[in-house]
Ligand binder design. Structure first.
Ligand code: NI
Length: 172
């Protein structure tokens, strides 16, 4: 089932999410729905707060809509950064309106420890595009959007654009 995506400035996107204690059938269904929602958007990652659930669950697939899908579900992920800091170019987010994009500082390598849908612990070393996606999605679990990481000037300009856009949208 495709779920509605929560968008900025919804306050639910600012909450720190709570750990998942039990990987229940309901959580497995939510993960499946989140993957379906992500592919349909289309996007390469989606975190639970983006569908209104403030729990520590994210899904990702760097292949996006391509044929060879490589879906990943991470429950209660913990990240350790390494490598060097780079600028991920033109990052965007399904929860950030108007298809806004900006450059964001990210680490080149990430060690991820998480639980999978069977409740097993997984340990993975992600690099490149996957490393950037997991950092972006993890931030959602901490109530952080990529627009929280851009310069104050850019953010002010973006916020005023969104305000006008929301006014127009609500006037229709
Ligand atoms: Ni996002």
């Amino acid at each position: 089932m495709i779920l509605p995506i929560v968008t900025y400035p919804d306050p639910r996107l600012k909450e720190v999410c709570t750990p998942i204690v039990d990987v229940s059938p309901e959580i497995r269904q939510l993960a499946a729905d989140m993957l379906e929602t992500m592919y349909a958007a289309p996007g390469v990652g989606l975190a639970a707060p983006q569908v209104g659930r403030n729990i520590r669950l994210l899904v990702m697939d760097p292949a996006g809509k391509e044929e060879n899908k490589r879906p990943r579900v991470l429950i209660n992920p913990v990240l350790h950064f390494s490598g060097e800091e780079i600028v991920s170019e033109q990052e965007g987010c399904l929860s950030v309106p108007m298809n806004y994009r900006a450059d964001v500082k990210r680490w080149t390598e990430v060690q991820v420890e998480a639980q999978d849908l069977n409740g097993h612990t997984l340990n993975e070393h992600l690099t490149g595009f996957e490393a950037i996606i997991v950092q972006h999605e993890y931030d959602h679990l901490e109530g952080i959007l990529f627009i929280d990481k851009i310069s104050r000037l850019r953010r002010t300009l973006y916020d005023s654009k969104v305000k006008k856009w929301l006014k127009r949208k609500n006037a229709v």
